[in-house]
Design a protein around this ligand. Structure first.
Ligand code: FAD
Ligand code: GLY
Length: 370
């Protein structure tokens, strides 16, 4: 007999795992199916910045609102997960120092000046806080609330806690087919067949095939990011350094994570020499001493992108038993807690902010495949 669950989730990255945690904690019989190992795809490639300010374009837009709400959820999540899983998600302090080299960059940054969470610092002041930073900066915007976490630690903690709340998590179990009939949804995998009342697709950049199989013409494409880590031989960075998609993030282990390229439609999650060279080149303009540091490792990950850069979070327009939570692009670590809560509330029939559901709805024209 096929085993039946209230909720099944396809994909064990940070998004699927956050959903599993939230729905299992709410008392639902939960199954999570992962094709490989939990958290070892794009989630493990991430720097872990919670960049609600730094990654946004406007500061009154929906991304900022949702990003800030999710950033706030991390405070309680950190305490809960420590208690429920024994894992420290390594939430940092210090936030992001977003650097400007030109008047134009300063003007763009100072559009955040009205926010109490933003502080413009002249170069001398930045240098006092971070003597490692390049001499030719004009100044920087300090955003102390854009802290970072360790993405794999968050994913692993969510996993342990979800299991504690009764979730079944199956690694090395790729989903082969989803079959819908009136009674239930059947999920056929390489290791058996399951049925469920609600199914959530959270398989990152690989979710596109499920859109197609479930009768939707929306798709996702990869934006590959290449990174390198080095052993910091100098004083620890007090803040993440960030400029034009390039960042240097201090880890507790003493490593610096340096990222990242932006290569559209490259499906190979392997770094190239040229990509790593470009990252080192940019990062050494921000912090010249990194060129002398010893390399730890290089890697690449595939950001799941939609054409309007907003995720898909919500129900299938024609079959409300199917939900999607994918396309989190550059911000899946930031948005994991709020995504888990939104999907949980939809499944439980609880209210969710209409404006958010509208912005992230599956049928939106803005996100038609390009
Ligand atoms: P994934 O982590 O890719 O998980 C999807 C899972 O689905 C995979 O484990 C896969 O094996 C599984 N799967 C696929 N198909 C199937 C199937 N048929 N059956 C079962 N399982 C399946 N975000 C931030 O917020 N802050 C950052 O600082 C940050 N830095 C980044 C740096 C880089 C270099 C990159 C590449 C990304 C970064 N991101 C960052 C973005 C973030 O990593 C992603 O948005 C996030 O990891 C997406 O999570 P996910 O769970 O949707 O996808
Ligand atoms: N958010 C950082 C990145 O995607 O590279």
């Amino acid at each position: 007999m096929k085993k039946h669950y209230d909720v099944a989730i396809i994909g064990g990255g940070i998004i699927g795992m956050s959903i599993a945690y939230h729905v299992a904690k709410a008392g639902k019989q939960t199954l999570l199916l992962e094709a490989n190992e939990i958290g070892k795809q794009t989630t493990s490639a991430a720097a872990g910045m919670l960049g609600a300010h730094a990654e946004g374009e406007g500061h009154e837009d929906i991304f900022f609102q949702v990003g800030r709400a999710s950033q706030a959820l991390y405070e309680k999540l950190k305490v809960d997960l420590q208690h429920e899983s024994g894992i420290d998600i390594r939430k940092s302090v210090g936030g992001i120092m977003k650097v400007a080299f030109t008047e134009e960059e300063k003007r763009a940054l100072c559009r955040m000046q009205h926010l109490s969470t933003f502080q413009w610092l002249e170069a001398s002041c930045v240098k006092k806080r971070m003597p490692q930073i390049a001499n030719d900066i004009m100044g920087a915007g300090l955003i102390e609330e854009d802290v970072h976490v360790e993405p794999y630690a968050v994913c692993r903690a969510l996993w342990q806690a979800a299991v504690r709340y009764g979730a079944d998590v199956k690694e090395f179990t790729p989903v082969i087919e989803v079959i819908r009939d009136k009674e239930a949804i059947t999920v056929r995998t390489a290791n058996g067949t399951f049925t469920c009342d609600d199914l959530t697709i959270a398989s990152g950049v690989w979710s596109g095939r499920f859109f197609e199989e479930l009768g939707l013409s929306y798709s996702l494409y990869p934006v590959k990011g290449e990174c390198v880590s080095v052993w910091n031989s100098g004083p620890a960075l007090a803040h993440t350094i960030y400029h034009d998609h390039c960042y240097i993030v201090q880890r507790d282990s003493g490593k610096l994570v340096i990222g990242a390229t932006m290569k559209q439609n490259d499906w190979q999650a392997v770094p190239t020499l040229g990509g790593i060279e470009a990252v080192i080149q940019k990062a050494s303009q921000l912090m010249p001493s990194i060129k002398e540091m010893q390399i730890d490792q290089c890697w690449a990950g595939l950001r799941p992108a939609t054409s309007d850069r907003h995720p898909y979070i919500g129900r299938h327009p024609e079959d409300e038993r199917i939900l999607f939570a994918t396309g989190h692009y550059r911000n899946g670590i930031l948005l994991a807690p709020i995504t888990g809560e939104i999907i949980r509330d939809l499944i439980l029939g609880k209210p969710v902010q209409e404006e958010w559901l509208h912005a992230f709805r599956i049928g939106r024209k803005e996100a038609l495949f390009i």
